[in-house]
Ligand binder design. Structure first.
Ligand code: HEC
Length: 131
């Protein structure tokens, strides 16, 4: 083989190898999403409405530390509207905010607390008073 040919083969082989290594990687469960550097919110559809309406009074951390179903988010919004001076939204804006929150900050069963162990699985409590 001539030298340029050898180099070409080498490049092709390493490219194929790289592709193969990539293919062997386990599939990502969740799509990697961008985080807005200013607020810490997940960059997704509807973020402009959330930034405009939900970060005026408090940090977006209130949102990023919460998880909730659509109803839970709606209840939180109603509570702020009733008691904290949050303004009313037109239906399209409210839908867009709820879509965003319920999609990006939904309850995550992977981070939920596990159930308490049954008493039978616990060690004897040495401090328990004997009756
Ligand atoms: C008019 C001001 C105002 C706006 C605008 C506002 N909030 Fe709030 N929010 C508050 C106040 C006040 C609290 C309570 C703070 C505290 O408990 O110290 C609060 C609390 C929260 C909490 C914490 C609730 C809890 O019980 O832990 C979340 C989550 C939240 N807001 C989300 C949002 C979202 C989502 C939006 C946009 C739809 C929003 N906020 C817009 C005033 C506002």
């Amino acid at each position: 083989m001539k030298k340029p040919m050898k180099i070409l083969t080498l490049i092709t082989l390493s490219a194929l190898f790289a592709l193969n290594v990539n293919a062997a990687q386990p599939k990502q469960v969740k799509k990697i999403t961008a985080i807005d550097p200013e607020t810490g919110l997940i960059v997704a559809k509807g973020i402009e409405n959330v930034v405009a309406n939900c970060t005026a009074c408090h940090s977006a951390k209130f949102i990023t530390l919460q998880r909730g179903s659509r109803d839970t988010w709606k209840d939180m919004i109603r509570w702020m509207q009733k008691t904290q001076g949050l303004w009313e939204f037109d239906p399209a804006t409210e839908k867009s905010i709820l879509d965003y929150l319920a999609t990006n900050y939904a309850p995550d069963d992977k981070i939920e607390r596990r159930k308490n162990l049954p008493l039978s699985a616990l060690p004897v409590n040495p401090y328990e008073k004997k009756m």
